[in-house]
Design a protein around this ligand. Sequence first.
Ligand code: SF4
Ligand code: SF4
Length: 284
Amino acid sequence: MIISVASGKGGTGKTTIATNLALSLDEPLVFLDCDVEEPNAHLFLQTDLGSPEVATTPVPQVDESKCTLCGKCGEICQFKAIIVIGETVLPFEELCHSCGGCMEVCPEKAISEKARELGVIEEGRRNGIRFVHGRLRIGEAMAPPLIKKVRAKAPVDGLTIIDAPPGTSCPVIAAMKGADFILLVTEPTPFGLHDLELAVGAVRVLGIPCGLIINRSDLGDRKVYDYAKKEDIPILMEIPFERRIAEAYSRGIPVVEAFPDWKERFVQLYRDIEDAAARKGVSA
Ligand code: SF4
Ligand code: SF4
């Protein structure tokens, strides 16, 4: 079972939900922090991280002594990541999706691979939780390749909880694709509703069952609730604004450790996710 915790916008409490869910369960699990631009779940899980592993992706390099400037590499590249300009072939590494197409079509075998650094992957452990996160290299524009490498660290069976990046663009899709259930965290405000609608649109395209958690549920209005009803999205948990919870969060203390009575609520959340997923034909 892969549960991806996402939100249309940042600051909704997505990482709080993902980490507290992980800390509440007694079964072994893998936690993937795929918010590679700003990973912070390890602070809440209080995991020690091992030595960083450099993550790379292959990009083309051209041997100009073999190149005949035929242009076939540029014709096949859908991303305009390699082009012939005048008397030279120019690869744009930042645009390259590492598909290998240009290498395949080059009649002169003038293109070989070289490694481009994406960032690092770090792993840690806390009791039954195996933790993995990616940290994008400063200046790196594309997060999805690193997210895919973080996801590849999870085994195919067992429970995996993914903390997805905020938003609804390519990095979020990379963190949600292939999940069995998406937990969407939102807040009952006009901004929350707007971004929730975008997130639900993305989830529907992927065809993955989803449920909602409404954070700061006592602030704002009822429009998120009306939307959930209209779209037939189950509300699996509501968390009212409580000063003591916000204070624990600001000190990096997980809610279920500061207030043990919350542990049973997160265990129940997991059971509800299993039930909601089962109704959609997904088995844990
Ligand atoms: S396909 Fe090969 S030979 Fe043709 S332009 Fe590209 S690198 Fe040069
Ligand atoms: S590897 Fe693929 S994406 Fe990258 S330059 Fe070659 S054809 Fe384009």
